[in-house]
Every structure is written in structure tokens, then in C-alpha cells.
Design a protein around this ligand. Structure first.
Ligand code: PFF
Length: 477
């Protein structure tokens, strides 16, 4: 296509399947396993799930296509690709603001993502020790943490939180691995990990869900997840949380999907791949909910326990499961890989921009960005102990009680990612060259018309409305 010269040395995925798996690897991560159940629980269950699915289908899916086509067309960093498309459309390069906001937001997300991934590493360590103990005792097929009571298992998170050195050490370890993979390059590391580990992760998760269904309170979980309370759904906070979760979970908001789209070949039908990625990601989120909530209800945990929900419910499930010592260990290892295939995409966004803009090597860019990411991440790690009483942004509605961790998570997810999505929708729907954009989608006929309507009208209007209502809840009276 005219003017679409790839930047020199631009990497490419080796196949369409590799692209779908890598993009799914970016999408599927702690957002599905940890954040989705947490948000469901904090926002009243079924109402949130219903709004979430609507947000995915009507807003996130059209934006996923828009972002991946910006990247594929530009074959550059997220900002470079947005500038390129704007220039080719005769529009101001200032439209790349969508990618600037995205870069800032996603790099901020990486700061606390490493903290939560550190919790996963903690459970890998404790379950490895437990598994070795089980094998030593000649009972390799026993449940996880058999010598401990359920109450003691529930105490593992508070115990970890009380140890800032360990928390920070684990956060650091995860970040180092992320930086190391990104420094090595896109193709070998990211693609290999995604191709092998994502399918393995998927099967294990289904297995765990079946177990939870048989042994836990599955009926209560299904009712909780799928019976919407419409009054609750109308509360403004629930809607902006659902939208934020859709952006977070699908890696949207001016970031990873542009970056990964840039490595997709011209033959890839982006309309089709976007559908596959959104379907897989939503499937994993719902399955994770179906694995976690039966246990939550059967052991009488509060569904709104907050960010520790997954880390208290799943170990409890593995405790009562025959073979749980092995299954639990494997689960946390795979959850770590799911987190890595996401964190790598979070870092890739800024690394590809810095290498393009300043001509430094990938390695230098990755390690250089790693330092501030670690330092800012300390605020999140210490939110669970030393800084637990700090409330950095009490003046923003909905954030009165937010710690640093909650604030960085909430502001990026509920405000910055949707803001970038809003600019993207206006840019792609109204400003960018129509012919060029349409050709990139791979859609035709009714599909194309539907997408044009969603990206040009529904996405910008809905995201704008949700952002405004989120910031000024008093408007609803
Ligand atoms: N989608 C990832 C998850 O659900 O864990 C998180 C994420 C990755 C968000 C990449 C944003 C992003 F650019």
C-alpha cells in the first residue's frame, strides 16, 4: 500500500496464529484471573457482568479492531503509527495524543501489575515448598497446604502484606524477567511463550473450573454472576468500572493492540482476529469467575473481599482437591506465564517508542524504562503496609478512600484508557482516511457498516457519557 513502508528492522509475527496467540496472551492475564473477579465482587455480581459483556461487544471489540489497524498500517511504535495514519489522512499529527495517553497509562499499569504478579510468585514458592513436603511424606497426590487449616490459608495474604521487603523483592523479580524478555526481542521470546503456554493455561483453567463446579457452591456462583440486579447496574460507579475492566482486560487504550498490530502481516484479516481475541479473553474471564466464586460461597468468604479474592479462594479450592498440591502449583506457574505475556506487551509499548524516537537499543530502552517503573511501583507495593493510610487523590469522586495502589489502578483503568479509546474512536471514525481504514479492517458489507456505526457513533458517545458520569456522579441526581 502506498506510503506504508515498514520501519527498518521491523519484526513480524511468523503467522496469523502467532499474532492471535500473542495478542490473546497480552489480553489474557491478571486482568482476567485477578481483576475481573475482584471487580465483579465489588460491583454486585450479575449487574457488572452484564454491563461488562455489553462494553466488550459494543465498545471494546470495535476499538480492538481500530487499534490493531492503526498499528498494522503504521508498522511503527504506537505513537509513530498514529502519527503516520494522521499524516496520510491529511490530519494533524496531534491525533497521536491517543497513543501518548495510552503510553503513559499502560506504563503506569505496569508499575502495579508487577506487584500483583509478585503475589503470584509468592504462591508459586509456597506451593512448591508444600509440594516438596507432600512428596517427601509419600503423599504426592494430597491437597495443597494440607498441614494448614482453611483459616491459616486465608491468612497467607495478610502475612505477605506484612512483609514489605518480600513484596518489593517479588515485584522486582517479576519486573526483571519482563524487562529481560522485552530486551531480547519480540519474536523469539513473546511469540514462543504465547504459543505454548496460552493453550496449556486454558486447559488447566477449565479443569479447575470443573472441579470447583463439582465441589463448590456452583449454583450460588452462577446465580451471582448471571442474575443482574438492574438497580445496581444503574449506579454510575458500576458502569465506569465495567468499561474500565473491558479496556484493561482487552489491553485497549492506545497501547498493546497497536504495538502488536504493527507486527501483523498484511494478509491478516484484522476484523476476524479481533473477534477471536475478544472472544477468548471474555471466555477466560467468565471461566475464572466460575472457578473462583463457587469456592468463595462455599467457604463463606465475602465476594467483595477486594484484590485478595483470587489469592484466598483458589488456594482454598486446591486445599480440598485431591492432587491439589500439584494442580495448585501448576496453576500459579501458568498464571505467572499469563501475567508475563501481558506485562511484556505493557513494556513493549514504551520500549518500541523509545528505540524508534531516540535510536537506542532495545536492551538499553527496556532496562532504562524498568528503573522508573520499579520506583513508581513501590508506591503500590507499599500500599498494603507502610503507605496503607495514604489517600493520594481524595478530591476525585470515587477515589476518596483509594490507596496509591487503588488510585493508579483506578485512574488508569477508569479514566486514562477510556480517554485514549475516546480519542481513537473519533480519530478512526471521523478523521482518518475512510478508504484506507476500511481496507485495513478486512470487513465488508453489513459487518463493515456495523463497525463504522459502532466506532463512529456508539463508541465515542458511550465512552464520553461514561467518563462524564464517572467523574460527576451527581449529574445522575
Ligand atoms: N490485558 C491484560 C490483563 O488482562 O491482564 C493487562 C494489560 C496488558 C492491559 C496490556 C493493557 C495492556 F496494554
Amino acid at each position: 500500500m502506498a506510503g506504508n513502508t515498514a520501519a527498518p528492522g521491523q519484526a513480524q509475527w511468523s503467522s496469523k496464529a502467532a499474532f492471535v496467540l500473542a495478542a490473546t496472551g497480552s489480553a489474557v492475564g491478571l486482568g482476567n484471573l485477578w481483576r475481573f473477579p475482584t471487580e465483579v465482587g465489588s460491583n454486585g455480581g450479575g449487574a457488572f457482568v452484564l454491563l461488562y459483556i455489553l462494553c466488550v461487544v459494543l465498545i471494546a471489540l470495535p476499538l480492538l479492531l481500530a487499534e490493531s489497524l492503526i498499528g498494522r498500517h503504521g508498522q511503527r511504535s504506537t505513537i509513530g503509527s498514529a502519527v503516520h495514519l494522521a499524516r496520510q489522512s491529511g490530519a494533524s499529527p496531534a491525533w497521536s495524543l491517543l497513543a501518548v495517553v495510552g503510553l503513559i497509562a499502560n506504563t503506569a499499569i505496569l508499575t502495579f501489575y508487577c506487584v500483583v504478579a509478585g503475589w503470584v510468585i509468592y504462591f508459586i514458592g509456597t506451593s512448591a515448598a508444600d509440594l516438596i513436603g507432600a512428596i517427601g511424606a509419600g503423599e504426592p497426590l494430597r491437597g495443597a497446604f494440607a498441614p494448614q487449616s482453611v483459616e491459616q490459608i486465608q491468612q497467607m495474604m495478610p502475612t505477605l502484606f506484612a512483609n514489605p521487603f518480600l513484596l518489593v523483592g517479588l515485584q522486582f523479580a517479576f519486573l526483571v524477567v519482563t524487562v529481560w524478555i522485552v530486551a531480547r526481542g519480540v519474536k523469539g521470546g513473546i511469540e514462543m511463550a504465547a504459543t505454548w503456554l496460552m493453550p496449556a493455561f486454558f486447559f488447566l483453567l477449565i479443569g479447575i473450573t470443573i472441579y470447583a463446579a463439582i465441589t463448590g457452591d456452583f449454583a450460588a456462583a452462577v446465580t451471582y454472576l448471571f442474575t443482574p440486579d438492574f438497580e445496581r447496574a444503574l449506579q454510575p460507579g458500576v458502569l465506569s468500572s465495567a468499561l474500565g475492566q473491558a479496556f484493561f482486560s482487552l489491553s485497549l487504550g492506545g497501547g498493546a493492540m497497536i504495538a502488536y498490530g504493527a507486527y501483523a502481516s498484511r494478509e491478516t484479516n484484522l476484523g476476524q482476529t479481533s473477534g477471536m481475541i475478544a472472544f477468548a479473553d471474555t471466555g477466560v474471564a467468565i471461566i475464572a469467575g466460575l472457578a473462583i466464586f463457587p469456592i468463595v460461597f462455599s467457604v463463606g468468604m465475602a465476594p467483595d473481599a477486594g484484590p485478595t479474592l483470587m489469592f484466598q479462594s483458589l488456594p482454598t479450592a486446591f486445599h480440598s482437591m485431591p492432587g491439589g498440591a500439584i494442580v495448585g502449583f501448576l496453576f500459579f506457574v501458568l498464571a505467572l506465564f499469563a501475567a508475563l505475556t501481558s506485562s511484556v506487551s505493557l513494556l513493549e509499548i514504551s520500549v518500541s517508542w523509545v528505540t524508534e524516537k531516540f535510536g537506542v537499543s532495545r536492551g538499553k530502552a527496556a532496562w532504562g524504562i524498568g528503573v522508573p517503573v520499579f520506583l513508581i511501583g513501590l508506591l503500590s507495593a507499599l500500599s498494603f503496609n507502610i503507605l496503607a493510610d495514604q489517600r493520594p487523590i481524595p478530591f476525585i469522586p470515587g477515589f476518596e478512600n483509594a490507596t496509591w495502589f487503588d488510585a493508579i489502578d483506578g485512574v488508569t483503568g477508569k479514566l486514562l484508557l477510556p480517554l485514549s479509546g475516546l480519542i481513537t474512536a473519533v480519530f478512526i471514525g471521523w478523521v482518518a482516511d475512510r478508504k484506507l481504514v476500511n481496507a485495513e479492517t478486512g470487513l465488508t458489507g453489513g459487518g463493515l457498516a456495523a463497525w463504522r456505526f459502532l466506532i463512529g457513533w456508539l463508541c465515542p458517545l458511550a465512552v464520553f457519557a461514561i467518563l462524564v458520569i464517572g467523574l460527576f456522579p451527581q449529574l445522575l441526581g
